[in-house]
Design a protein around this ligand. Structure first.
Ligand code: BV8
Length: 240
């Protein structure tokens, strides 16, 4: 990555469950991952929600409650530090539904698969910041209907803000993928939608590793701060 000067580059960072693993949040496909205990087609599809809404609500209620027991790690903090320097020239596109990027201080974060701490009323089509269980069918703060569902993009549903993401991928100088297995689309195809340089930071090579110009292996809490220090070339520690 020699010869890059951060002050005139636009960077898009894609993150997946791997960046939150060291904060204590399970990934999906690793051993002890979420999909070990749950069939994604039984908890993460609109059909599953229609068939058994309380099973799906409990799955997301448990994950929402778990958020208050964890915090951002050095990888989240390093990206927040990078945003302090790059400002609008950094966009974090996350597949994660947790809020650890924001709790680390990142503001330029786009959740393509939704957020756990948000509820979507399918009657008035309004989304509400939400931090309590949904399984008992609480009334929508807007219209009062008991039709609040998790504000999550399930399999077969269209991810949020794809136009914004596709434009940012096309315009960026550097695309970096962190902690994702590269098996779920459309995120797994982002590496093919950018004209920028490409770098993968992952515990193990992802399914798309061969499509990246460079792929580094290791834990996010080591790789991401080191990469941010290298990019900013200031040698100052990135961890808080
Ligand atoms: C759609 C929210 C149309 C729910 C999620 C083309 C070909 C084949 C299939 C399809 C296709 N197009 C569409 C499909 C169908 C489907 C799909 O991709 N299926 C797969 C399984 C084959 N896609 C969809 O249905 C999508 N919708 O396509 O609509 C469309 C498309 C484009 C434009 C318009 C319309 C919707 C997909 C979204 C589903 N919802 N999440 C929830 O959270 O419960 S997906 C979920 O899994 C995650 O959000 C994430 O996106 C995805 C993958 O998970 P990862 O984050 O990568 O986690 P994983 O466990 O897999 O991997 C962890 C990685 O981290 C590993 O590589 C590991 O090595 C690494 N790691 C672990 N620890 C660390 C680490 N790295 C660093 N440090 C560590 N410590």
């Amino acid at each position: 990555m020699v010869g890059w000067y951060y002050w005139d580059m636009r960077v898009v960072v894609l993150t997946g469950a791997g960046i939150s693993a060291e904060s204590g949040l399970s990934t999906f496909r690793d051993s002890d991952g979420l999909w070990e205990g749950h069939d994604p087609m039984q908890v993460a599809t609109p059909e599953a929600y229609a068939d058994d809404p309380s099973l799906v609500q409990r799955f997301y209620d448990d994950r929402r409650a778990a958020l208050s027991r964890v915090g951002p790690n050095a990888a989240h903090h390093a990206l927040a530090r990078l945003e302090e320097v790059l400002g609008e020239d950094l966009l974090v596109v996350t597949q994660n539904v947790d809020d650890l990027h924001e709790r680390a201080g990142s503001q330029q974060v786009h959740h393509i698969h939704g957020r756990l701490r948000s509820a979507w009323c399918t009657t008035c089509d309004v989304r509400h910041d939400w931090d309590r269980p949904l399984v008992d069918g609480p009334p929508c703060p807007g219209c009062g209907a008991s039709t609040l569902r998790p504000d999550i993009v399930w399999f077969g549903e269209i991810p949020y803000g794809m136009d914004l993401v596709e434009r940012a991928l096309w315009d960026c100088d550097l695309f970096v993928s962190i902690g994702t297995s590269g098996v779920v689309y459309p995120a797994a195809a982002f590496v093919h939608q950018t004209r920028g340089a490409t770098l993968e930071l992952n515990l193990a090579p992802s399914a798309g590793a061969s499509h990246f110009a460079e792929s580094r292996q290791g834990p996010a809490t080591r790789l991401v701060p080191a990469w941010v220090t290298e990019l900013l070339g200031d040698g100052s520690p990135t961890s808080p």
